[in-house]
Design a protein around this ligand. Structure first.
Ligand code: ADP
Length: 531
């Protein structure tokens, strides 16, 4: 390895440690982590720059001073690394005596650093201009250096087994990065003890602040993109700056200097644009969260509404059924002969009451559908009988409107079907009721026929008809056609929505056809034959 590999690695390591220290100091989440990492990084920078100046020094006295600086850095690294790990794992309280002992040792070695028994001298070693040579006390320093780091590694490992998955991931990153740092930085010990192992891994030392900075900041979700960009840009700046300083000819200095100016300019632009984008994303994220909350609120309200409707309609159904019963008894003369004039009134009361019952049933079914409580009671029976019965019930209403209401039964009797009689009756009632409601003149014709493996019911009228636009929406909840509004102002737009739901829960289908306004409409109900 050429000397420049080492000088560049060390200078880069120093600058990265410096940048990281300030970065974390201003952006880190927790006070203890921030400050201890700041002090650790400053110590790392001291060591890196000290080593850099020592190996490239031209005279022995400045190399010796550089050697003191790097060792002061190393003494502090071991101590602050322990402090940092204790803060990271939130175990400062538990290890305070150990911390105190190491603090004391750090002071002792800082004093010993000035003694000749620590580093005897600096002289040329390997390819370095100068390198330190261990004195008799240096072995104790080596032990002091590795003891707290190994202690910290153990704490880190032990804690990573106890904490949440996310924290454990963080600890693993720190553990990996620390190993890289200590292998990189620790590799120079051999040289000091005159063991012939060149410190190749020293470049690793610049890697560890990058990884740990990332780890400290990564949990601030989007910010990490800014951090990554800033780190990258700063690293390029530092790289170019170091190159410019190290360049030997003026020409190279000018080229690298110009490049540095350009990269600084574009780097700032890049960081600003990433910051801008991140801010926008954060705003969108906040908006999305607000929307989600509002949506939850609406869902709750909607549920409350459904519950209220369900409760209210249940309460309404009972009295309406009682009224129906009494009217029927009156009509059957159970309380004495009813005069013809009153009979007519009774019929109108009966019909209005029926309307109300249907309406209440519609609302009840709607709330059941919405709360997922729609239940069916399937029975075997004949659809044609049910339809014939409904048509019969509407004869009087049709007569009032002077409409002809006809029923065409199938040519041959149909096979039996499996269906919920009450709910299916509601469907047919609704369709026939609509056909009469939305027809002013003419007729309503109802037909039941067998079509392959389906029973097909058609309700054809000569009424107001519908445009294709209306046909596309009438089966939706609370949806009413334009014609519907004009003819009948009191509709709810629920009948067809419920009909569709009920028919499709029977495995069938329902649809409408019309050639436009005033052209009449035909509604179709298809029900698969029972297998
Ligand atoms: P409502 O009748 O209470 O409005 P429905 O769901 O039963 O609710 O019907 C929805 C709409 O479909 C009606 O408002 C009307 O515009 C249209 N419609 C339904 N049946 C007919 C029909 N036979 N002829 C013309 N339009 C109809």
């Amino acid at each position: 390895m050429p000397l420049s590999y080492y000088t560049l690695s060390l200078a880069l390591g120093g600058f990265i440690a410096l940048i990281s220290s300030f970065f974390v100091l201003f952006k880190g989440p927790k006070q203890g982590e921030r400050v201890s990492w700041f002090l650790l990084s400053i110590s790392s920078a001291m060591w890196s720059f000290g080593y850099y100046f020592m190996i490239s020094a031209n005279d022995v006295s400045s190399a010796f001073i550089a050697n003191k600086v790097l060792h002061q850095g190393a003494i502090l690294i071991a101590f602050f690394y322990l402090v940092f790990i204790l803060f990271l794992t939130s175990t400062v309280g538990r290890h305070k005596y150990a911390l105190l002992s190491f603090a004391l040792l750090a002071v002792v070695f800082s004093i010993l650093n000035f003694s000749d028994s620590f580093i005897r001298a600096v002289f040329s070693k390997y390819i370095f201009n100068f390198a330190p040579d261990a004195g008799p006390l240096y072995i104790y320093f080596t032990i002091y250096f590795f003891a707290p780091t190994i202690y910290a590694f153990l704490i880190l490992f032990h804690q990573s087994l106890k904490v949440s998955f996310e924290d454990a991931q963080r600890f693993k990153y720190v553990l990996g990065a620390s190993l890289a740092g200590f292998v990189g930085g620790g590799s120079v010990f051999f040289l000091t003890f005159n063991i012939n192992v060149p410190p190749y891994p020293v470049a690793l030392f610049s890697l560890y602040p990058i990884i740990i900075t990332y780890t400290i900041l990564r949990f601030k979700l989007f910010n990490i993109r800014v951090v990554a960009t800033e780190l990258l840009v700063f690293t390029i700046w530092v790289f170019l700056l170091v190159r410019t300083i190290l360049d030997e000819s003026l020409r190279e200095k000018i080229i690298d200097g110009t490049l540095l100016a350009l990269v600084i300019f574009f780097g700032i632009l890049l960081i600003r644009s990433v910051l801008h984008e991140v801010k926008q994303r954060e705003e969108i994220q906040k908006l999305a969260e607000d929307l989600e909350k509002a949506n939850e609120e609406l869902k709750k309200l909607d549920k409350l509404k459904s519950e209220f409707v369900s409760l209210a309609t249940h309460q309404l159904r009972t009295p309406l059924t009682i009224i129906k019963g009494y009217i029927s008894m009156l009509q059957e003369n159970s309380f004495g002969e009813v005069p013809e004039k009153i009979r007519d009134v009774l019929r109108k009361v009966y019909l209005s009451n029926e309307r109300l019952i249907n309406l209440v049933n519609d609302f009840l079914n709607l709330s059941r559908i919405e709360s997922g409580r729609m239940r069916y009671n399937f029975e075997t029976g004949k659809v044609e009988d049910l339809v014939a019965n409904v048509v019969e019930e509407f004869q009087e209403v049709a007569k009032d409107k002077k409409l002809s209401l006809t029923f065409e039964p199938p040519k041959t009797p149909l096979p039996e079907e499996n269906f919920d009689k009450e709910k299916f009756r509601q469907v047919v009632t609704n369709i026939v009721d609509n056909a009469i409601k939305y027809t002013e003149h003419g007729s309503v014709n109802i037909k039941v026929q067998l079509d392959g493996s389906n029973v097909l019911i058609s309700v054809k009228d000569t009424g107001i008809g519908m445009t294709s636009e209306e046909l596309g929406t009438i089966f939706k909840r609370f949806s009413r056609g334009e014609g519907g509004y004009k003819v009948n102002t009191e509709g709810t737009g629920l009948g067809l929505y419920l009909a569709k739901k009920i028919v499709s829960d029977h495995g069938g289908d329902i649809w409408a056809e019309s050639k436009g306004h005033a052209s009449g409409s035909t509604f179709w109900i298809k029900l698969p034959v029972k297998k």
